[in-house]
Each structure stands twice: as structure tokens, then as C-alpha cells.
Design a protein around this ligand. Structure first.
Ligand SMILES: [Zn+2]
Length: 310
């Protein structure tokens, strides 16, 4: 007890008599500021600027931020222009990615979206054969034709799927171009209005994911607003159905040369999400020429054409 008390007094006496409390506190605060700044700059370096390229290695897309104050030019037009140039590079790398992949045993440079379209197209072929056999049409099985890759590689299929690849890619490109236009406008207006970084970020991100789009007053020419991400997701869904449908119709057509005439029956998913337009088509019969351009009937359509013998 006695020792403890003496210790306190010693500590007290060591510091207080010098009358340096204010100076000491100022020194401590200055020290804290320096360390806080060090923490901040480490966070920016490692997280925001990703100085080790850790994020780059994490993402297949290889998008990366431009660096601290990268576009801090005196003129706001130059700031917008520099941002838009950077954004275009990110979009090209991350969303309109061209990558190497195997296509019919060959390494080709192609859009990343191709593999999904090709997959759906192949499923369409497989489903069509299965449904034809089920309907009593005398066609060989997938195996008897040398397997799905062999069938997929036949000119009438590979030509069609090539058109679908181009279509999907150009639609996606259209979405990113519209997105870039929106962002350029928002940035220009934001510079005029003197928006802070948080508000600018919120507005830019809203054009992509639609969050806060209403409160931020975003609209397109038609007075409504479909954010880029949702438009792209709609394309993905719709084009999968289109690839599946066109593959099936092509398969039904292929047997025409053997004198097998196939018509198609419109089949919906049959659940509560089927729209009234598609529901009214359920069970109706069409020629292949008629039904080919009819499905998908709208974005998000999930309809199918089943073969029937005449
Ligand atoms: Zn439908």
C-alpha cells in the first residue's frame, strides 16, 4: 500500500512540476495525427489503390481503380473525360471481355458470353432430339449421331450459333454504351452542381444497379429508368431462351430433307409467372417458319416449341 502510494506520487512528481501538460497533449495529438495518417495511407494503398494487385489476382475481370487523385485536373471537362476513358477500359476488360476458350477443339478468341449461349444451344439440340423421339419421329439419338459436339459443329448449327454470339455481344455493348452516356451526363451535371465524392459515387452507381435511382431523379428518354445491370441480366435470360429455341427449331427442320415434316406446339413454363400473352399461346400449333421468330415472346419469356408429327 505504502509502496503503491509512493509510486503514484513519484509519477505525478515526475511530470507535473514541469508544467508541460498542454505541450505534452499537443505532442501526443501531433503524434496521433501522424500515425492516423499512416494508417489512412496504408489503407488507401492496400485497399483503394490495391498496390499489391491483390484484387487484380482475385478477379478474372482484371478491372482496377485509377489511383489516388488520378483525374484531379483543374478543368471539370478534363476530369469527366479522363474518368470516361478509364471507365471504358474497365468495361472492355470486365464486361465486354474477349477471352481464349476452346470451341470445337480449337482455341479461339471470343466473347465470354459465348460459352453460355453455346451451352444453351446444345441443350436445345439435345432436348429437340429427345422430344422428337418421344413424339414417335424416327430420328437417330444424339449418341447415334456422334455426340452433341459433333452435331453442334455441323454448319447449319455453328452458323446459327455464331449469329447468336454476335447478337448477344452487340446487345451487351449497347447496354454499356447507354450506361456510359448516362454516367457522362451525371458527372458533367455533378461537376456543375459541385457534388461531393459520395453523392457522385451514389449517382454513378445508381445508373448501374438502380439503387436510389428514383430519389436521385434518374430517367431515360421514355421517362423511366432501367439500370444497366438489370438490362444486361434481362439480355442474359432472354438470349438463353432464344438460343435454346433456335437450336430446337433447327433440329426439327433438319429432318425435313428426309421427308419428316414437323410442326411445333407452343409450351409455356405452366407456372404462375407465365404472362397472359404466352398463356394464350399454350398448346397452339404453328409451322416452324411461324414459330421461329415468336419465342422468346418478351424479355424473360421461358417458352418452348415441342415437335408434333403432321
Ligand atoms: Zn413465353
Amino acid at each position: 500500500m505504502h509502496l503503491y502510494k509512493e509510486h503514484i506520487i513519484t509519477v505525478y512528481n515526475q511530470y507535473d512540476p514541469t508544467h508541460t501538460t498542454v505541450l505534452r497533449n499537443a505532442f501526443v495529438r501531433a503524434m496521433e495525427r501522424r500515425f492516423n495518417e499512416l494508417i489512412k495511407i496504408i489503407r488507401i494503398a492496400v485497399v483503394e489503390q490495391d498496390c499489391f494487385g491483390a484484387q487484380k489476382r482475385m478477379l478474372i475481370q482484371q478491372m482496377y481503380p485509377p489511383g489516388y487523385h488520378a483525374f484531379d485536373y483543374p478543368r471539370s471537362a478534363a476530369r469527366v473525360e479522363a474518368f470516361m476513358q478509364w471507365l471504358k477500359i474497365q468495361v472492355d476488360k470486365g464486361i465486354l471481355t474477349i477471352q481464349q476458350f476452346q470451341q470445337i477443339g480449337e482455341a479461339v478468341e471470343a466473347a465470354w458470353s459465348n460459352m453460355y449461349i453455346a451451352d444453351s444451344y446444345k441443350r436445345g439440340i439435345i432436348r429437340a432430339r429427345y422430344e422428337m423421339i418421344k413424339a414417335g419421329i424416327n430420328v437417330p439419338s444424339i449418341e447415334d449421331s456422334g455426340g452433341i459436339e459433333a452435331i453442334f459443329g455441323l454448319p447449319f448449327h455453328i452458323d446459327r450459333v455464331g449469329l447468336l454470339f454476335t447478337r448477344v455481344y452487340s446487345e451487351l455493348k449497347g447496354v454499356t454504351e447507354a450506361m456510359a452516356n448516362n454516367i457522362a451526363q451525371i458527372l458533367s451535371q455533378g461537376m456543375i452542381d459541385g457534388d461531393g465524392p459520395r453523392l457522385l459515387a451514389r449517382k454513378i452507381i445508381a445508373t448501374i444497379d438502380g439503387k436510389d435511382a428514383g430519389t436521385l431523379g434518374l430517367t431515360d428518354k421514355l421517362g423511366r429508368f432501367i439500370p444497366a445491370k438489370r438490362r444486361a441480366e434481362m439480355i442474359a435470360r432472354t438470349e438463353i431462351i432464344r438460343a435454346h429455341h433456335l437450336a430446337a427449331i433447327q433440329e426439327y427442320r433438319n429432318w425435313g430433307v428426309l421427308g419428316i415434316k414437323v410442326k411445333a406446339e407452343w409450351i409455356t413454363a405452366g407456372d404462375s409467372r407465365v404472362c397472359p400473352k404466352c398463356a394464350s399461346m399454350e398448346g397452339r400449333t404453328f409451322t416452324l417458319d411461324e414459330i421461329e421468330p415468336m419465342i422468346p415472346a418478351h424479355p424473360g419469356c421461358r417458352c418452348l416449341a415441342l415437335p408434333i408429327i403432321l
